[in-house]
Write a protein that binds this ligand. Sequence first.
Ligand SMILES: Nc1ncnc2c1ncn2[C@@H]1O[C@H](COP(=O)(O)OP(=O)(O)OP(=O)(O)O)[C@@H](O)[C@H]1O
Length: 317
Amino acid sequence: MDPDLSRPGDLPHRAVVQLDWRQPARPGRSAPQEDVVTAFLSVENLSVRFETKDGPFLAVDDVSLELARGEILALVGESGSGKSMTSLAMMRLLPETATATGDILIDGVDVLALGRRAMEDVRGARVGMIFQEPMTSLNPVLTIARQMTEGLVRHRRISRGEAAVRALATLTDVGIPEPDRVMRQYPHQLSGGMRQRVMIAAALTLDPGVLIADEPTTALDVTVQAQVLDLLVDLKNRLGSGILLITHDIGVVAETADRVAVMRAGRIVETGNVEAVLSAPQHPYTKGLLASHLTLDRVMTKRGSRPPRLTEKAGAV
Ligand SMILES: Nc1ncnc2c1ncn2[C@@H]1O[C@H](COP(=O)(O)OP(=O)(O)OP(=O)(O)O)[C@@H](O)[C@H]1O
């Protein structure tokens, strides 16, 4: 599908070139121009506060992060550290008792300032979301075809027939064998791994710049987990998707991510390139996370021994 270049959200990430604002032009010199990896998603000083009977509680405390297209940023931390609240705030899907403050820019759009209808357009079209358990996101009484084409018909105003062609192509993109047959099936007729692939395909149909994947493999068995993670890396490389990968598993970070932000008690305590953070963690909490998982050698060995690419696999899950 050709991108609609009139919409900033459809610009291929490689085309993003901007003046480097960090180096203002001096008299007599032309302003330096260079390729800058522009953040598609930018979060600044985000806090999420709950009013509880014991008083206010900050589930997310002054979090800042950026994500460009074509990279995977892992947000890692133990249960309760605030990962999900951070991502739900980005999608404006927080519980009603929560209040978010700060700045969240998605493709230049100030998410916290949007009205409800405008936010519905951002969801799906600019940011796709994948959850841990696809059955909670897929509608059990609708065929896969119906669920895959709904967003396209609504957001892109194309016919059901055109939407079906696009849906079929996206199912093929995520490595689903016999996509024609899968289109006619219901979620319960698919394996867990296949459902997660369908979920990823559904999130991709509108060609969003960013995918938020909240523990996308936790509910899957180990072999299928590796295949789904491999798929995310493949999508990043092939389609240039930016992926925010939320996980409690440092092994998943080592396997998949380019950069990592380590979260603890609502705050980001350490951030950097994965190799740098995993081989020389600075914060005691990061050291603890690593120690409680695998020895460092094993984590880094895992990263070096990525499973074969999707296209080389004999059978998809
Ligand atoms: N409705 C709520 N009211 C009050 N506190 C809440 C509510 N929902 C979540 N919290 C608290 O917010 C904090 C952050 O929760 P969050 O779900 O973001 O953590 P997490 O890192 O995603 O954990 P997990 O991996 O278990 O999902 C936790 O301490 C949690 O107890």
